[in-house]
Design a protein around this ligand. Structure first.
Ligand code: AMP
Ligand code: ZN
Length: 120
């Protein structure tokens, strides 16, 4: 996690993390930031992002894997705080075939209703 301050000035989510673009913040710590998706696909739809700029899951490696583990701890905390007792889905779109639209690693938390069985 040595590159924790890495920032991409052209990246929407880097601007959100910095507060240059407003967002509905749900959670923040030294390593990650969570906010409500602007176009929710479920009653609860939250994005959790690392503060360091990395493009997608494809850039996860042994040097930054602890950060991803931390994000999953945060996801569980947020889901509990949001009252998602019935369950929830965590999705990370990676690359064009998955229709990733913002190239800054993010995990969608979707819940608050019974979700569809299809995922792709
Ligand atoms: P993906 O398609 O997996 O890259 O997800 C990107 C997500 O970012 C989409 O669900 C968008 O609705 C969401 N999004 C785009 N711009 C904003 C924004 N300014 N604030 C909150 N969510 C956003
Ligand atoms: Zn970024």
């Amino acid at each position: 996690m040595s590159d924790v301050l890495k920032y991409d000035e052209n990246c929407l989510f880097c601007k959100i993390i910095r507060g240059d673009i407003p967002s509905a913040k749900v959670y923040e710590d030294d390593l990650c930031y969570a906010f409500r998706d602007i176009n929710p696909q479920a009653p609860t739809h939250i994005l959790v992002v690392p503060k360091v700029h990395m493009r997608s899951v494809a850039e996860v490696n042994r040097h930054n894997e602890a950060l991803v583990g931390h994000i999953f701890t945060v996801i569980a905390k947020i889901a509990a705080a949001e009252g998602l007792e019935g369950g929830y889905r965590v999705i990370s779109n990676c690359g064009p075939d998955a229709c990733q639209s913002v190239p800054h690693l993010h995990f969608h938390i979707l819940g608050g209703t019974k979700l569809g069985e299809r995922m792709g």
